[in-house]
Design a binder for this molecule. Structure first.
Ligand code: 3AM
Length: 178
Protein backbone atom coordinates (compact mmCIF):
# COMPACT_ATOMS: atom_id res chain seq x y z
CA UNK A 1 0.00 0.00 0.00
CA UNK A 2 1.84 3.17 -1.09
CA UNK A 3 2.13 6.15 1.27
CA UNK A 4 1.36 9.13 -0.92
CA UNK A 5 1.04 12.90 -0.97
CA UNK A 6 0.58 15.68 -3.51
CA UNK A 7 3.16 18.42 -3.75
CA UNK A 8 5.36 20.63 -5.86
CA UNK A 9 8.86 19.94 -7.07
CA UNK A 10 11.47 22.64 -6.46
CA UNK A 11 13.55 24.17 -9.30
CA UNK A 12 17.22 23.19 -9.24
CA UNK A 13 18.45 26.78 -8.84
CA UNK A 14 16.28 27.22 -5.73
CA UNK A 15 17.40 23.84 -4.35
CA UNK A 16 21.02 24.89 -4.75
CA UNK A 17 20.48 28.05 -2.69
CA UNK A 18 18.52 26.17 -0.02
CA UNK A 19 21.14 23.43 0.25
CA UNK A 20 23.85 26.09 0.71
CA UNK A 21 22.24 26.96 4.07
CA UNK A 22 23.22 23.61 5.56
CA UNK A 23 25.60 23.77 8.53
CA UNK A 24 26.27 21.67 11.59
CA UNK A 25 23.41 22.06 14.09
CA UNK A 26 23.03 19.53 16.89
CA UNK A 27 20.23 17.03 16.19
CA UNK A 28 19.55 18.33 12.66
CA UNK A 29 18.72 15.95 9.85
CA UNK A 30 19.14 18.10 6.76
CA UNK A 31 17.06 17.22 3.71
CA UNK A 32 19.01 16.27 0.63
CA UNK A 33 18.49 17.58 -2.90
CA UNK A 34 16.00 14.84 -3.80
CA UNK A 35 13.95 15.34 -0.65
CA UNK A 36 13.16 19.05 -1.09
CA UNK A 37 9.50 19.59 -2.03
CA UNK A 38 6.43 21.60 -1.04
CA UNK A 39 3.55 19.48 0.29
CA UNK A 40 0.02 20.34 -0.90
CA UNK A 41 -2.00 17.47 0.57
CA UNK A 42 -0.90 14.43 2.53
CA UNK A 43 -2.99 11.27 2.04
CA UNK A 44 -1.00 8.59 3.86
CA UNK A 45 -1.46 4.95 2.86
CA UNK A 46 -3.77 4.38 -0.09
CA UNK A 47 -4.73 1.00 -1.55
CA UNK A 48 -2.90 0.28 -4.82
CA UNK A 49 -6.16 -0.18 -6.65
CA UNK A 50 -7.36 3.28 -5.54
CA UNK A 51 -4.32 5.13 -6.96
CA UNK A 52 -5.95 5.48 -10.42
CA UNK A 53 -9.04 7.05 -8.77
CA UNK A 54 -6.76 9.40 -6.88
CA UNK A 55 -5.08 10.42 -10.14
CA UNK A 56 -8.43 10.93 -11.86
CA UNK A 57 -9.55 13.22 -9.03
CA UNK A 58 -6.34 15.24 -9.23
CA UNK A 59 -6.65 15.52 -13.01
CA UNK A 60 -10.04 17.24 -12.51
CA UNK A 61 -8.37 20.20 -10.73
CA UNK A 62 -8.57 23.31 -12.88
CA UNK A 63 -6.05 25.95 -11.89
CA UNK A 64 -3.85 28.25 -13.97
CA UNK A 65 -0.05 28.14 -13.88
CA UNK A 66 1.51 30.76 -11.61
CA UNK A 67 4.80 31.79 -10.07
CA UNK A 68 5.95 31.69 -6.46
CA UNK A 69 9.13 32.99 -4.96
CA UNK A 70 10.99 30.95 -2.36
CA UNK A 71 11.66 33.45 0.38
CA UNK A 72 12.42 33.58 4.08
CA UNK A 73 13.17 30.99 6.74
CA UNK A 74 11.00 29.90 9.63
CA UNK A 75 10.62 27.03 12.09
CA UNK A 76 7.91 24.83 13.49
CA UNK A 77 8.67 25.05 17.18
CA UNK A 78 10.88 27.74 18.68
CA UNK A 79 14.12 28.72 16.89
CA UNK A 80 16.00 27.72 20.07
CA UNK A 81 14.58 24.17 19.95
CA UNK A 82 13.07 23.67 16.50
CA UNK A 83 11.19 20.64 15.19
CA UNK A 84 11.47 21.66 11.57
CA UNK A 85 13.34 24.41 9.70
CA UNK A 86 11.66 25.50 6.49
CA UNK A 87 11.73 28.03 3.69
CA UNK A 88 8.54 29.90 2.87
CA UNK A 89 7.10 31.21 -0.37
CA UNK A 90 5.67 34.57 -1.37
CA UNK A 91 2.90 35.19 -3.89
CA UNK A 92 0.99 32.26 -2.42
CA UNK A 93 -2.61 33.33 -3.19
CA UNK A 94 -2.83 31.07 -6.30
CA UNK A 95 -1.10 28.30 -4.35
CA UNK A 96 -3.74 28.45 -1.61
CA UNK A 97 -6.41 28.31 -4.32
CA UNK A 98 -4.75 25.31 -5.99
CA UNK A 99 -4.53 23.52 -2.64
CA UNK A 100 -8.22 24.19 -1.85
CA UNK A 101 -9.30 22.95 -5.27
CA UNK A 102 -7.18 19.83 -4.96
CA UNK A 103 -8.50 19.02 -1.47
CA UNK A 104 -12.08 19.56 -2.74
CA UNK A 105 -11.61 17.15 -5.68
CA UNK A 106 -10.00 14.58 -3.40
CA UNK A 107 -12.80 14.87 -0.83
CA UNK A 108 -15.45 14.61 -3.58
CA UNK A 109 -13.78 11.36 -4.71
CA UNK A 110 -13.93 9.97 -1.16
CA UNK A 111 -10.35 10.62 -0.06
CA UNK A 112 -9.53 12.32 3.21
CA UNK A 113 -6.38 14.39 2.87
CA UNK A 114 -4.95 15.94 5.99
CA UNK A 115 -5.50 19.63 5.26
CA UNK A 116 -5.65 21.10 8.74
CA UNK A 117 -4.06 24.56 8.59
CA UNK A 118 -2.18 24.46 5.28
CA UNK A 119 1.09 26.35 5.80
CA UNK A 120 3.11 26.31 2.57
CA UNK A 121 6.67 25.33 3.44
CA UNK A 122 9.74 23.62 2.06
CA UNK A 123 11.28 21.53 4.84
CA UNK A 124 15.04 22.04 5.03
CA UNK A 125 15.82 20.12 8.21
CA UNK A 126 14.05 18.00 10.80
CA UNK A 127 15.36 17.91 14.36
CA UNK A 128 15.64 15.36 17.10
CA UNK A 129 14.59 16.33 20.61
CA UNK A 130 17.04 18.61 22.43
CA UNK A 131 18.32 19.97 19.15
CA UNK A 132 20.63 22.94 18.81
CA UNK A 133 19.40 26.42 18.01
CA UNK A 134 18.88 27.80 14.50
CA UNK A 135 18.47 31.37 15.79
CA UNK A 136 21.86 32.45 14.33
CA UNK A 137 20.93 31.00 10.94
CA UNK A 138 17.59 32.83 11.01
CA UNK A 139 19.30 36.07 12.04
CA UNK A 140 21.73 35.78 9.13
CA UNK A 141 19.52 34.36 6.36
CA UNK A 142 15.93 34.54 7.62
CA UNK A 143 14.89 37.12 5.02
CA UNK A 144 16.83 35.70 2.07
CA UNK A 145 15.30 35.28 -1.36
CA UNK A 146 15.97 31.88 -2.88
CA UNK A 147 14.63 32.49 -6.38
CA UNK A 148 11.54 32.13 -8.55
CA UNK A 149 9.48 28.97 -8.66
CA UNK A 150 7.28 28.79 -11.77
CA UNK A 151 4.45 26.37 -10.98
CA UNK A 152 3.19 24.64 -14.12
CA UNK A 153 2.24 21.29 -12.60
CA UNK A 154 1.77 19.46 -9.34
CA UNK A 155 2.85 15.93 -8.55
CA UNK A 156 1.68 12.79 -6.76
CA UNK A 157 4.62 11.47 -4.74
CA UNK A 158 5.17 8.15 -3.06
CA UNK A 159 7.11 8.34 0.19
CA UNK A 160 9.17 5.33 1.21
CA UNK A 161 11.52 5.01 4.20
CA UNK A 162 15.23 5.13 3.31
CA UNK A 163 18.58 5.11 5.12
CA UNK A 164 18.79 8.90 5.23
CA UNK A 165 15.12 9.74 5.68
CA UNK A 166 12.20 9.39 3.30
CA UNK A 167 12.69 8.79 -0.40
CA UNK A 168 10.15 10.56 -2.60
CA UNK A 169 9.34 9.23 -6.06
CA UNK A 170 7.01 10.74 -8.62
CA UNK A 171 3.95 8.59 -9.39
CA UNK A 172 2.27 11.07 -11.73
CA UNK A 173 2.43 14.72 -12.82
CA UNK A 174 -0.62 16.94 -13.29
CA UNK A 175 -0.19 19.97 -15.58
CA UNK A 176 -1.98 23.13 -14.45
CA UNK A 177 -4.73 24.20 -16.84
CA UNK A 178 -7.36 26.96 -16.73
O1 3AM B 1 8.28 17.71 4.54
P1 3AM B 1 6.90 18.27 4.75
O2 3AM B 1 6.72 18.92 6.08
O3 3AM B 1 6.45 19.12 3.61
O4 3AM B 1 5.73 16.15 7.14
C1 3AM B 1 5.50 15.27 6.06
C2 3AM B 1 6.08 15.75 4.77
O5 3AM B 1 5.85 17.13 4.70
C3 3AM B 1 4.03 15.27 5.74
O6 3AM B 1 3.93 14.86 4.40
C4 3AM B 1 5.14 15.15 3.72
C5 3AM B 1 5.67 13.89 3.10
O7 3AM B 1 5.85 12.91 4.07
N1 3AM B 1 3.28 14.36 6.59
C6 3AM B 1 3.66 13.16 7.03
N2 3AM B 1 2.69 12.62 7.79
C7 3AM B 1 1.67 13.50 7.81
C8 3AM B 1 0.38 13.52 8.40
N3 3AM B 1 -0.08 12.51 9.13
C9 3AM B 1 2.06 14.63 7.04
N4 3AM B 1 1.26 15.68 6.86
C10 3AM B 1 0.06 15.64 7.46
N5 3AM B 1 -0.39 14.60 8.19
Amino acid sequence: MPRVFFGLEIPDAVKKRLLALQRPVKGAKWQNCNQLHLTLAFLGKVDDERVPELCQAAARVKSPAFELEAKGLNTFGRAESPRNLWAGVSGDTPLMQLQRRLVKQLADAGFEPDHSGFQPHITLARFRKQAGSVAPLLAQHGNNHFGPMPVTEFVLFESTPGHSGSVYTVIERFPLVE
